[in-house]
Design a binder for this molecule. Structure first.
Ligand code: ARG
Length: 444
């Protein structure tokens, strides 16, 4: 029973939140006249001693005492005697654990928000540096149209910017205090839940005691946000893996974020990126795990809910690490602009520019222009040449309306410079995107 029942091996992580909660609860009990001023003084002294013991490693945790709440309370009884027994008045472990856990997840959400802000700043710096750096844009991982590297990086700024706003949404909803809902029905003692909510830094107390002790949405929401963010990190990690291959050679990772091989001296492996890609799976697994724990539980508390913590702790530790590693990698990766530009010009990436020119300058309907361009690409393929290398006479043979002017749109620089629609890849648009995000980050 002890082996299956105990949670102390993992919920000791909640010690600081548990002690803060007990300090706020006992202060409120004293103010409401439920316990004496002398009791609360002893309780606070005892709890602070316990905090110090845990932090300097001298506290002895016991699985016989099941969880962090009972471990702390039992030690308090050893330290201060009978007054310790009055701490648990008008409280149950059900509202206690919900409070501790919310406090912990709230702090983690704040850490993630900060880490995302750091990652966004790293992106903005690199995107600004590379607003004019041309690279191939892909669909189906086939060369599609030239884009700028700055624009590609700014795509991730949008993604991680949404993650950050999801974190903020979650922070809004988590900000209600469970303390005082007791086992499930509330209490007959004249407690002041607004006072404890305020003391613990929550916006307000929760409104329904049954929901409060049954609810783990806040944990699920954290892991949902973490899963989406992990998915973004993993897509970027995958791109880093591809870009850093000798075949692409778009980027070079610093020695700090890559490893060598024990047998092949030429290797520089993108291990950090691969691990970011892989660790995303743990976060997804943790989310699905807790969703599955919760889905069949009748109201209110069931012991099943003790299984909430390991998932969240693991997801949090994993996400924190992934964000830190990615921020480091983005900050110091080296860009090989020549390799990017060369690749951008291959694969007939300016075919759309030729079609657009035929529409604009020769008045062809787009579908016909598409067909004409297809023939030009086929000819270039046959000659093993780029579109811009085809002689004018040959192009005229495909369509007589083509003039010398067409060569002016067939370079990758012209191609990206022409994509000036709002949100497009033209360098001036990329600089606008960077300016928008810099302003937004400075304001909130
Ligand atoms: N260790 C428990 C948990 O994590 C604390 C709540 C126990 N409540 C109870 N009625 N047994 O959920």
């Amino acid at each position: 029973m002890e082996a299956i029942n105990a949670s102390i091996s993992f919920d000791k992580k909640l010690y600081a939140q548990d002690i803060r909660g007990s300090i706020a609860h006992s202060a409120m009990l004293a103010k409401a006249g439920i316990i004496s001023a002398e009791d609360v003084k002893q309780i606070h002294e005892g709890l602070n001693t316990i905090l110090a013991e845990i932090e300097d490693g001298t506290f002895e945790f016991s699985t016989r005492l099941e969880d962090i709440h009972m471990n702390v309370e039992a030690r308090l009884a050893e330290l201060i005697g009978p007054a310790a027994g009055r701490l648990h008045t008008a409280r149950s472990r059900n509202d206690q654990v919900a409070t501790d856990f919310r406090l912990w997840v709230k702090e983690e959400l704040q850490r993630v928000e900060e880490a995302l802000t750091g990652l966004l700043s790293a992106f903005l710096k690199r995107a600004e540096e590379h607003a004019d750096t041309v690279m191939p844009g892909f669909t189906h991982l086939q060369t599609a149209q030239p884009v700028t590297f700055g624009h590609h990086l700014m795509a991730y700024v949008e993604m991680f910017g949404r993650d950050r706003s999801r974190v903020r949404d979650a922070l809004e909803r988590i900000d209600e205090c469970p303390l005082g809902t007791a086992a499930l029905a509330g209490t007959g003692f004249p407690i002041d839940r607004h006072m404890t909510a305020e003391a613990l830094g929550f916006r307000e107390p929760t409104r329904n005691s049954i929901d409060t002790v049954s609810d783990r949405d806040f944990a699920l929401e954290f892991m949902s946000v973490a899963s989406i963010c992990g998915m973004h990190l993993s897509r970027l990690a995958e791109e880093i893996v591809i870009w850093s291959t000798p075949q692409f050679g778009f980027i070079r990772l610093s020695d700090s974020f890559s490893t060598g091989s024990s047998i092949m001296p030429q290797k520089k492996n993108p291990d950090a990126a691969e691990l970011i890609r892989a660790k995303t799976g743990r976060i997804n697994g943790n989310l699905i795990g807790l969703l599955t724990v919760m889905k069949g539980l009748p109201l209110a508390y069931s012991k099943d809910m003790q299984e909430d913590k390991e998932s969240v702790f693991d997801a949090a530790e994993t996400l924190d690490l992934m964000l830190a590693a990615m921020t480091g990698m983005i900050g110091d990766l080296q860009v090989n602009a020549d390799a990017m530009a060369a690749a951008a010009g291959s694969g007939y990436s300016t075919a759309t520019d030729l079609a657009d020119w035929l529409v604009r300058e020769a008045g062809l309907p787009f579908r016909e222009a598409h067909h004409v361009t297809g023939r030009a690409v086929a000819l270039a393929e046959e000659r093993k040449a780029q579109l811009g290398d085809l002689p004018l006479d040959d192009l005229k043979e495909i369509n007589p309306a083509i003039t010398d002017d067409v060569y002016s749109v067939l370079t990758v620089e012209k191609s990206v410079a022409s994509r000036t629609s709002f949100g497009g890849t033209a360098p001036e648009r990329v600089r606008e995107q960077v300016a928008y995000w810099k302003d937004r980050l400075s304001r909130d």
